[in-house]
Design a protein around this ligand. Structure first.
Ligand code: PEP
Ligand code: MG
Length: 839
């Protein structure tokens, strides 16, 4: 094919050359910056993306263009990929381009035969496999492990001598690298890292600084932070008489700094180490990034070959960004943009040390981040026993039910076979900040036999496992852990985020403990207090059960009167902790069966507690059972059917408001009605709550305000948000139920087939995890618009689990919502995500 590439497209990188990242890739741009800093970078050329495309299509560069590169460089060449983003990778570097028999002879004179042979052999092997596409086995076998063997094998396989023309070699290497970029596996790999399907490639050709030969010669790298912790430290290596995979005579490692294990650069050539440190600091300042610097020494002369962004863990990313911000190298807003919001969860929780070995036995849905090691227990009672003995336990269940809350609290982690991102176990665990994996459908639990099986391996109750709620992996045995890192750097980053953020983040907090945690993490109020969680307490459950068994309103009131002071206490505590911030309390939501035992033993115990016949208990349990409880008598439906519950809660809220005001904490409580689907439901509840407010004001002879709002979590409520807004001063989208009801998809059962659906591409993501912007999102936009049309200034928010998911938060901000609310441990993530959307 005739050459069609303009020779001037091959640009020598100089301080003033026109090199830009879009056209020449990140590496070319990075090298130009190093050159502008007057660092000793060997002659380097950039081949732009359009030329690489032509090369891949079979248009080899002209001899003129290739010769210009070869002629300006003094010696052999190395070719490296230069994609637009370093994370997208690229074909392997090819070194020693241009070597031939003549050059080999000269090198043998200069460097010795061993070094010259090693360099020529490395190139022949790489060329044979990557360019001539010969069988790799042939070139790694015994016969081809010597230079002569490799040259002979090449001749045998191709019937040609190994190419001697440097221009031909360079042209073919460029073509093979350009083509490798288009290979299916390379494409899949980079797409997995976020590259677009048509991401282009630039190439960089650099004169090689010979790292084999007389004196102090070799190659190495240096960097200045720990990639796992982000702490400053100097590390690197220097390999004497080594270049790439080519090792010359006397090849050995020399430590950078003084080391008892052997000689160091610091001892042998301290001025070189000083110069490397200077280059590293300059590169950090100029490239505005923590860099790993690659270098070569040729008889003591230093060359800087390349600099790449230091790979980093999530916690290191925070430290590095904050350090760059503190040093004035990047502005605080940029530091905020440099950390992935979900990476923060690694700092909030214990984490498996990424350097530690992992004995993987099972995968599930990563439902609540953090890692924990503990012994397997199959019941909540066993989890509580373990806690009492001071032992760490992982609660392993098919799924959890409200009765398991105490067991979950006692455990260090939770693993369930069933469930999805907003199943009971997932929601409660996130609230507790407890590592949790749900929907581990390959798990088989035989609780009676005290055994669980996964991947063909059995584990008995009491055996140790580790769960990684960040990745969804279950490991056999214990694993090395990193402790949380909620330190100054973490707080500084979030401080910068808050300064830039224009959206409020509240927390979903049910207990004073949650509320305190929420404040620690910077929540600006409570967006959802699920009051029913307060009823599972040992002291309260019996009163709740008594209320369920009461036939007459007066008896129900009697039982609820016992709960009233406890609820009031709860609210006073929340108001005090949240003094100055809004607190949104959701009225009772769950179906009643959740408060009753489901097994015979539990029913017998309850009969004893309530002093009634077992048959009465069985009858009542049957009476409240529903085929589809999530769509049954719950939320406002229960509120209308048994009005005493909401009245008691409203009274507790108002009395707590007065009490807290007396303590100095002025609050305007927000009362939220769940599972609304019609305006009339709101009207009825509002009338009753207004009546309770009037009664409390009269009785206490004091005034207070409150705001009544509606949880929009049925599709009909979203569609009729205009009517609903007539009676609501705020609406909050409960996206868990709204997702469940929009898809007709059970929150608790979706885990069974979620994997299949995601694999088949039916849904791009688990919609309980990342808000479905096309469907559920449209209902949110529509509901918000209709509500605002009817009542301008109405507060609109999201309080479902999506409120803590970065992509969903971005959507909420674009939709102009006033705030998002999420579990306390996700508040920092939400603050960072909201800030990034605001910048
Ligand atoms: C919701 O449905 O989004 C919600 C926040 O309520 P819950 O998860 O308690 O049903
Ligand atoms: Mg709900």
């Amino acid at each position: 094919m005739t050459a069609q590439i303009d020779p001037s497209a091959f640009v020598r990188i100089t301080p003033t050359a026109r090199i830009d990242r879009e056209r020449h890739g990140w590496r070319a741009k990075c090298l130009q910056r190093l050159i502008r800093m007057e660092l000793p970078v060997p002659a380097t050329f950039a081949i732009p993306v359009e030329a690489v495309r032509l090369i891949a299509a079979g248009h080899l560069p002209s001899r003129e263009a290739l010769a210009a590169v070869i002629g300006s460089a003094d010696g052999l060449l190395g070719v490296r990929p230069s994609a637009l983003n370093p994370d997208w990778g690229g074909p392997d570097t090819v070194l020693n381009v241009g070597i031939n028999d003549r050059c080999h002879a000269i090198l043998a004179e200069r460097l010795g035969k061993v070094a010259a042979d090693a360099m020529y052999l490395a190139f022949v092997q790489s060329y044979a496999v990557n360019v001539a596409r010969l069988d790799p086995d042939t070139f790694t076998q015994q016969g081809a492990a010597t230079l002569e063997g490799a040259l002979a094998a090449y001749r045998d396989e191709t019937d040609e001598h190994f190419p001697q023309d440097p221009a031909q070699q360079l042209g073919e290497v460029l073509r093979s690298m350009a083509r490798a970029w288009d290979g299916p596996s390379a494409r899949l790999l980079r797409q997995a890292k976020g590259a677009p399907a048509d991401a282009p490639l630039g190439l960089v050709v650099q004169e090689m600084a010979l790292a084999l030969g007389p004196g102090l010669s070799g190659s190495g790298w240096i960097d200045f932070v720990d990639p796992v912790t982000g702490a400053p430290r100097l590390a690197g290596r220097f390999n004497h008489q080594t270049q790439g995979r080519t090792r010359g005579e006397g090849a050995r490692e020399i430590y950078l700094t003084k080391d008892p294990r052997g000689p160091s650069l610091q001892d042998e050539a301290p001025e070189i180490l000083t110069e490397l440190i200077r280059c590293g600091a300059a590169a950090r300042a100029r490239l505005r990034e923590e860099m790993k610097v690659e270098f070569a020494l040729s008889n003591g002369a230093l060359s800087i070959i390349d600099a790449v962004r230091v790979n980093r863990s999530a916690r290191a990313a925070v430290k590095i960004a904050v350090a760059l911000g503190r040093d004035g190298i990047i502005p605080p807003e940029e530091a905020v943009m440099r950390v992935q919001p979900r990476a923060l969860s690694d700092l909030l929780h214990r984490q498996i040390d990424p350097r530690a070995p992992r004995d993987l036995i099972l995968r599930g849905i990563a439902a609540s981040p953090g890692a924990a090691t503990g012994s397997i227990v199959f019941s909540s009672a066993r989890a509580q026993d373990a806690q009492a003995r001071g032992e760490a336990a992982i609660l392993v269940r098919r799924e959890t039910v409200p009765e398991d809350v105490r067991g979950m609290h006692a455990a260090v982690g939770v693993l369930t076979e069933r469930g999805g991102m907003s199943s009971h176990a997932a929601v409660i665990a996130r609230g507790f900040g407890l590592p949790c994996i749900v929907g581990a459908s390959d798990l088989v639990i035989d609780a009676r036999a005290g055994i669980m099986t996964a991947s063909g391996r059995s584990f008995r109750e009491g055996e140790e496992i580790t769960i990684d709620g960040t990745s969804g992996e279950v490991l056999a045995g214990a694993a090395d852990m990193l402790d949380p890192a909620i330190d100054d750097d973490f707080r500084t980053l979030l401080g910068w985020a808050d300064a830039a953020c224009d959206m409020v983040v509240r927390a979903n907090a049910d207990t004073p403990e949650d509320a305190r945690m929420a404040r620690t993490f910077g929540a600006q109020g409570i967006g959802l207090c699920r009051t029913e969680h307060m009823f599972f307490d040992e002291r309260r459950l019996p009163a709740m059960q008594e209320m369920i068994f009461a036939d007459k309103s007066a008896d129900r009131r009697l039982a609820l009167d016992r709960l009233l002071p406890m609820q009031r206490e709860d609210f006073v505590a929340l108001f005090d902790i949240m003094a100055g911030f809004p607190v949104c309390i959701r009225l009772f939501d769950p179906p009643l069966h959740e408060f009753l035992p489901q097994d015979r033993e539990g029913m017998r115990e309850l009969a004893e507690t309530l002093a009634i016949p077992l048959s009465d208990v069985v009858r009542r349990v049957e009476a409240v059972a529903e085929a589809n409880p999530m769509l049954g008598m719950r939320g406002v439906r229960l509120g209308l059917a048994i009005p005493e519950i909401y009245e008691m809660q409203a009274r507790a809220i108002f009395e707590a408001t007065i009490e807290s005001a007396a303590n100095g904490a002025q609050v305007v409580p927000e009362i939220m009605i769940p599972v609304v689907s019609a305006m009339r439901e709101v009207e009825i509840v509002k009338t009753r709550i207004d009546a309770v407010a009037a009664a409390v004001r009269n009785a206490r002879r004091t005034g207070f305000d409150y705001r009544l709002g509606v949880m929009v979590e049925t599709p009909r409520a979203a569609l009729r948000a205009g009517d609903i807004a007539e009676h609501a001063s705020f609406i909050s989208f409960g996206t868990n139920d709204l997702t469940q009801m929009t898809y007709g998809l059970s929150r608790d059962d979706a885990g069974r087939f979620m994997g299949t659906y995601l694999r088949e591409g039916v849904w791009p993501e688990d919609p309980f995890h990342i808000l479905d912007q096309d469907g559920v999102g449209e209902l949110i936009l529509l509901g918000a618009e209709r509500a605002r049309e009817r009542r301008p200034g109405i507060t609109v928010s999201v309080c479902g689990e999506h409120g803590g998911n970065p992509e969903s938060i971005a959507f909420c901000r674009r939709a102009g919502l006033d705030y998002v609310s999420c579990s306390p441990y996700r508040v920092p993530i939400a603050r960072l995500a909201a800030a990034q959307e605001s910048i």
